[in-house]
Design a protein around this ligand. Sequence first.
Ligand SMILES: [Zn+2]
Length: 394
Amino acid sequence: MRALSSWLLLLAFAAACGDRSATPSSSAASSSAATTASSSATGGPAPATSASGSAPDATAVAEAPPKPDDPPRAIDMHVDTPWQVKYKDRPVSLPEGHATMAKLKTGQYGGIVYPIYIPDYLHDSHPTIRDAEEIFDTVESIISEHGDVLHAYTKGPTPPGKVTAYVSIEGAGCFADDISQIDRFIKRGVIFIGPVHWHDSALSTSATGKDKKKRGLTEQGKAFAERVYKNGGIVDVSHMSDRGFADLVPIAERYGAPIVATHSNSRAVADHPRNLTDEQLRIIAKTGGVAGLNFYEKFVREGGGATVDDLAKHALHMIEVAGVDHVGIGSDFDGGTPAKGLEDASKVPALAKALRKAGVSAEDVHKIFSENVKRVIRSREKQRAAASAGGSER
Ligand SMILES: [Zn+2]
């Protein structure tokens, strides 16, 4: 383990979704507004056109579905490695952590979503779009450093055996400064976008925020969600308050977009505001979305001591309530302490084993590990390509 002072230690064991609220302000580099604005609005839901520019190739996740006997290859919707590199001085070579390249290979990963996590505490609680850009650069540096293992989703079909690397945003409150800036982030490859992290933001209240009972999405937050959907992105509800979630539903439905919680479990199984209610799970299913099983011990079992079998209980409940087509994986590796038996990415096959032991079929394990999230990403590719093509003409 790294030698860390006490508050750093606290952080290291708090999930990306864990309580970072005690975090002191980090070095406040002077912020500057993002300069390469692409403020042109895209239209409403657009017809499909051919992809252009940096729009992801639609075949990137279109490989043949796995056979039941194939080893499940997880597409993990939330791995916090970029945060460790950007803010915790972990070398980009990733010699340690929950998700080193060796561990991804041992765990037979098929895909990994790296969040651009924008901490609430930057610049005295005013993170900027410039911060988002810098963290995006960190994400890209990780992907290019490990080009022998990782393959950027935006670069077309993933060669066999490589791990597709996707990008998300966690804590997009700074985009309230200029919501049009999200366009170019989506064009550059961002897929899932969470408007909020641990604290309420200018876009939405948080599941763990002060005002979560009073309000949900702000007016700007609603406009932001519209903008995300118009560009073919997907709003991530994982850290949103219940009211924010409820406010998002009609907007997602208007765009025919799936509601996705990249890393959230079941609140009926473990009562934590970061987990999803049964009603929310049913809405996720109705929109064709997915909820990713989070390995962070505090979200798996109240009071701690969580094991992989406890996580399987979440999976079974989520399958029962939402259906097996709407459960995925969002480990939160490199964010917090995982449940026992799932200590790092190399152990992920243990989840497949626990699910099989609990009665989930091999075919359904493939759905949970990879096929459901592939479907969700594919469902927005035409819209992404159309928005990207439209934008490039302006
Ligand atoms: Zn999180």
